[in-house]
Design a protein around this ligand. Sequence first.
Ligand code: FAD
Length: 415
Amino acid sequence: MSNPRVVVVGGGAAGFFAAIICAEKNPAAAVTLYEATAHPLAKVRISGGGRCNVTHACFEPRELVKRYPRGGRELLGAFHRWAPRDMITWLAERGVELKTEADGRMFPVTDDAATIVECLTQAAAKAGVEVCTSLGVRKVEPVGGAHGPPAFWLTLTDNTELRCERLLIATGGNRASAGLTVATALGHTIEPPVPSLFTFHIDDKRLEGLSGISIENVAVSVPGTKLKEGGPLLITHWGLSGPAILKLSAWGARELAALNYEFPLGINFTPPHTRESLLRALAAVRTQHPRKQLGTWSPLGLPARFWERMLAMSGIAPATQWAGVANAALGTLALQLTGAEFSVVGKSMNKEEFVTCGGVRLSEVDFRTMQSKRCPGLHFAGEVLDVDGITGGFNFQAAWTTGWLAGQAMAGAPA
Ligand SMILES: Cc1cc2nc3c(=O)[nH]c(=O)nc-3n(C[C@H](O)[C@H](O)[C@H](O)COP(=O)(O)OP(=O)(O)OC[C@H]3O[C@@H](n4cnc5c(N)ncnc54)[C@H](O)[C@@H]3O)c2cc1C
C-alpha cells in the first residue's frame, strides 16, 4: 500500500515522533494526528523541570535496557534499531544540539524544553503531518474482517467518523485515557496501571529540620523484599527523595502499591560499610584523632547537620572529643549510620518526572514494528505500553524508539 491513511491518536512525544517518521518515510501517506487537548507535546514542554531530559548518554543497548523496570527485555532489539545516538543525530540534523551532564542525562544546550517542542512541531509541519488539536478519538472499530487489508472506523470526540488503514495508539500513561479502552476493545490485555517514580512520606525525628540536605551515596532497601537500590538521597519537607528513592520506587512500583505505600525502609548512609566495618573505622579514627571534637569534624564526609543529628541520636554530645567516646556509643552511631530503619507512610509524585507502570501487555505487541499481535494494522508506542524507565531521560527514549519503530512500520517500510 503506497498511500495508506494513517491516524495517530495522542500528540505526546511518542505519537508526534511516530507521525513525523511515518510522513518523512512515505510522503504519499496521509498522516493525521489527533490530540484530545489544546496542547500537544504538553509533557515535553514541562519535562525535566522545563529543560527536557531528552535522552541519556548510554550507548550500549544491553546497558540501556537495565534502566527499564518494565519493558527492558522487549526493548533490547528495538534499541538496536533506534537508540539514543540516533535520536541525538536526528535532532542535530534539525539544528538541535544536546549536552550531557555529569550523570549522563542529556538536555538541549538551550536548557529549554521549548527547543524540543519547536523542533518536533516544525518537523511535523515540514513532513506534512496534519495535527488536529482539541479533538480526541473516542471509539475504534475494526472493519474488513478476516479478508482484505485491515482498516478501522474511528469516532472522534465531536462525533465525526473516519476510516484509516493504519492506527497508532500513543495516548500515554493516563489510566482514564480512551487509549486503554480502545486497546481492550481491540483484544488487548491491560496490565493494571500504578504510579512509578515517586517520593516517600516519612515522619521521623531523625529527619526533622534537615530538608534540603543531600547525601551523596546511600544504600536503600525494603526489608522483607528483594528491593535494593543505591545512589544520592535527598531529605525533603515530607520525607525522602533523590535518585536512590526514585529508583527504588520504580523497581518496586507494583510491590509498594500492594503495600499501600506503607512499608519499612532500610538505609545504610555509609555503604559499602557494614556496622562491623564502620565500627572498626570509627575506632581507628578515635585512635588517630583523639583530641578532635566529634561535632566539628565528620570523618565520613557526611553533611555537617546530618552528622550532628546522627551524633545526637546516638547520645553523643557534639563537644565530645573522640578519645572520650565509649565503645557502646560508637556502636550505636555505627548502627544508626549503617542500619537505620524508617517507616514510610505514603507517597508523593516526583514533580520532575513521574510515569505509569502498567499498560498494554508487551507479549501482545511485536516490538519490531510495534504492531499488535491481536489486531493487524494497529500499533502502540510510548507510555500506553507496559514500559517504564527510571529517571534520566529513559522514558522519553522509550517513546522515541517505539514511536520510530511504529512510524517506520506504518509508512509501509520493510520491518
Ligand atoms: C512532570 C513530568 C516531567 C517529565 N520529565 C521527563 C524527562 O525530563 N525525561 C524523560 O525521559 N521523561 C520525562 N517524563 C516522562 C515522559 O514525559 C513520558 O514518559 C512521555 O511523555 C510519554 O510520552 P507519550 O507520548 O507516550 O505520552 P504523553 O506524553 O502522555 O502523551 C499522550 C498524549 O495523548 C493524548 N491523548 C490521550 N487520550 C487521547 C485520545 N483519546 N485522543 C487523542 N489524544 C489523546 C494526551 O492528551 C497526551 O497529549 C516526565 C513526566 C512528567 C509527568
